[in-house]
Ligand binder design. Sequence first.
Ligand code: IMP
Ligand code: MG
Length: 183
Amino acid sequence: METAEILKILLNEQQIGLGIDRLAMQLKKHYKDNPITIVAIMTGSLVMLADLIRRLEMPVCISLIQASSYRGGTKSGDLLVQDHMMLDIKDRDVLLIDDIFDTGRTLVEVTKRLADMKPKTIRTAVFLNKLGQSVVTAVPDFVVFEIPNEFVVGYGLDYQDLYRNLPFVGVLEDSDLQNHLTA
Ligand code: IMP
Ligand code: MG
């Protein structure tokens, strides 16, 4: 297997930590001591989920849902949603989290699915918002970082299921991606 090269570090560990601190404070302000149910879109939001919940003090339940729009590469495919690991969220205050808001289709589609389950409220939080790429009118309620239109990996984000374990967010070299895009 070819290994793509990290071109540059966009966000280092310290910046990410401060960003998640900031999000936790915003959530505390918004929800106060009320219980929340975090629905995390797998697999990309796994690292953010683990870091965020340890900074929250209100009662927190965790529910997982899987959505994959990228079939191995960097192109958007049909969205596949699997919800067999969902809790019953009826009448709950739900916070849906995802790793990145790119076209916005994933977040909009998953929000629709959750709305069918009749929660009391739904808010959305994303780790990264890729500027200028959205094709939907909805915007996430909470954004940790805005980033330019580059393909990034690390801190949960993958390229062909690799790199999720990097503690920083890095940009993959363009030439590498081009090779895979035409494959
Ligand atoms: P959207 O539906 O176009 O907003 O895409 C969101 C999903 O695409 C995310 O959950 C990611 O899995 C994936 N994605 C979009 N941009 C990137 C990126 O730069 N790196 C890694 N995954 C990405
Ligand atoms: Mg994802």
